[in-house]
Ligand binder design. Structure first.
Ligand SMILES: [Zn+2]
Length: 262
């Protein structure tokens, strides 16, 4: 029995699949939707629509950016509360029993079958689509630069000063170019260098697997949610990222030749 009913939305959406640009956009936390079979996981609607359920504003910015830079965009169809598509399968934060200090009753004490149902219905279709897209582009001799679009909550215990965080793991090449370009173009913004989070193997999936694993230039972009909570903010961030990407795309060979940080 599949987790999703036949009339429910797909676990993955691909926008502008044949986009001609060098960038490939990912949105791992695009939607707060839960599969009907999971009910509400024991959470209120307000909780599910909070940052624990999805990345507020991220999908809207990613859609604007996809159109502006002619990049394919792959988005999740369901909430990270059902399964977090930016975590390796099996880690405690994959299907979180507690997230952002909130208990998730519907995720407590799941057996192997219940975990597998979420992985096969939600995680695998999303990552299968990304894998096929990157494989097709590689087979066609195309470059792919992976940009993951996320947003973060402005206050997690303490206020977070960064308007945007540019984050990475072992390979800072593209992140360094983004930080430099953002600071040059928008000197009034506070840009986090691997803040508020760094990319890690257990706390991330797309960057280690598609970026580092395939040797593709990559970066994970985190926008503060109060900047992307409405359409005007989403459009403004899409414009800023478009401008930065165009600067960087003009010198990708130099970025690729950059030193890989350890
Ligand atoms: Zn996210």
């Amino acid at each position: 029995m599949s987790l999703l009913f036949a009339d429910e939305p797909s676990a993955v959406e691909i926008v502008n699949e044949s986009g001609a640009g060098d960038a490939v956009l990912l949105c791992d936390h695009a939607s707060p939707r839960l599969p009907r079979r999971l009910g509400d996981l024991g959470l209120s609607e307000a909780q599910r629509l909070e940052h624990i359920g999805w990345d507020i504003g991220a999908a809207a910015v990613a859609r604007h950016l996809s159109a502006a830079i002619d990049a394919p965009l792959v988005l999740t169809g369901y909430s990270r509360l059902a399964i977090d598509c930016n975590r390796p399968r099996g880690v405690p934060t994959s299907i979180p029993e507690v997230t952002g200090g909130v208990r998730v009753p519907g995720n407590e004490g799941l057996d192997a079958e219940a975990r597998l149902a979420r992985e096969s219905a939600l995680f695998e279709p999303y990552h299968g689509a990304i894998t096929r897209l990157l494989d097709r582009r590689r087979a066609a001799g195309r470059r792919s630069v992976v940009l993951a679009i996320h947003s973060f909550t402005p206050d997690l215990g303490a206020p977070r000063p960064w308007n945007i965080g540019i984050t990475y793991g072992r390979d800072r090449r593209l992140a360094g170019a983004f930080i430099e370009t953002l600071e040059r173009r928008f000197p009034d913004l506070c840009v986090g260098d691997n803040l508020p989070y760094a990319v890690t193997d257990s706390g991330d999936y797309a960057m280690p697997v598609y970026g580092e694993g395939r040797g593709l230039l990559h970066v994970l972009i985190e926008m503060r949610q109060d900047g992307v909570g409405n359409e005007a903010g989403q459009a403004r961030w899409a414009e800023r990222l478009t401008a930065c990407w165009r600067d960087i795309a003009a010198s990708l060979e130099a970025v690729e030749a950059g030193r890989i940080s350890s």
